[in-house]
Design a protein around this ligand. Structure first.
Ligand code: WAQ
Ligand code: MG
Length: 262
């Protein structure tokens, strides 16, 4: 019998703006250490130190836990962020996103998708055909939440990523987040690039394509970034998709393939 898990979530802000967020699914025994790590993250963020932060822990009933798999990871070499963005748009079209939706989402991320051109705390939810933004709150967006790796999958993933020089928290966390997003009913694809000024890489993920990394999706020093989740009606209502993303618990116990960058 597995011990019950806690959903542990951190959110840090500075001057009332989103700074960092992170989360884990851990046992009671692991909780103090995981809590300390998340607090440190909020205080040592490259964009500054949080001046307010919240740490929440909630026990999850064992029957609420679903299990899942990471998408396969590949890196597509691109010379600079302009060719990276062109490539990302092509991949989104291949995943079934309409051209206006792909272009509008890319423009919004480049401009800063939150109010006044700042980062959002969560993701834009974008109609995959029209490009219309569907999230109820443009500052918060939609959060993918309540997901993590099992400890066994985590150490296996770290070994697999280390072999190809990719064992860093950005890659690990983005893979887990993309696994949750791709498992959500109605989601066609995800587009992401970081809001951390030193981290220029991003990705397009889709159920059929897996997780496709692009080493350059923005110029170095740029703080604007974010995520777009592309949604198509049919498989679920918008409310069901959002409930899956934000509330359902997904524990990843199976890895995907990890290809070496070319
Ligand atoms: N749910 C929805 N959106 C989120 C979440 C979440 N749980 N966490 C962050 N975001 C949004 C939010 O708008 C952030 O501003 C934005 O994503 C970027 O978050 O393969 O580091 O944590 O080398 O800065 C991708 C490439 C790195 C990794 C992504 O994102 C690789 C990254 P960050
Ligand atoms: Mg960030």
């Amino acid at each position: 019998m597995n011990p019950p898990l806690y959903s542990l979530r951190m959110h840090g802000t500075r001057d009332g703006r989103h700074l960092s967020g992170a989360e884990r699914l851990v046992t009671a025994e692991e909780l103090p250490r995981a809590g300390r790590e998340l607090l440190r993250r909020a205080l040592e963020h490259p964009r500054g130190r949080a001046d307010a932060l919240r740490l929440t822990a909630e026990e999850i009933p064992p029957e609420a836990v679903r299990y899942g798999r990471l998408p396969d990871l590949r890196t597509l070499p691109v010379a600079d962020y302009r060719s990276g963005r062109r490539r990302a748009a092509e991949l989104l079209l291949a995943a079934g996103v309409g051209r206006p939706a792909a272009e509008q989402a890319m423009t919004a991320l480049a401009a800063g998708p939150g109010p006044g051109g700042c980062s959002m705390r969560g993701a834009m939810l974008v109609d995959a055909a029209s490009g219309e933004r569907l999230e109820a709150d443009r500052a918060r967006g939609v959060r993918a939440s309540r997901m993590d790796l099992t400890r066994a999958a985590e150490s296996q993933l770290r070994r697999r990523l280390a072999r190809v020089g990719l064992d860093n928290p950005h890659v690990r966390e983005a893979l887990v987040l993309a696994a949750k997003v791709l498992a959500a009913p109605g989601i066609v694809a995800e587009l992401c690039w970081s809001d951390d000024p030193d981290y220029t890489a991003g990705y397009v993920a889709a159920p059929e394509l897996g997780y496709l990394r692009l080493p350059h999706l923005k110029p170095a020093g740029e703080e604007r970034g974010g995520r777009a989740f592309f949604w198509r009606p049919g498989a679920a209502t918008l409310a069901e998709t959002v409930d899956f993303l934000e509330r359902q618990v997904l524990l990843i116990d199976t890895l995907g393939a990890v290809a070496a960058p070319e």
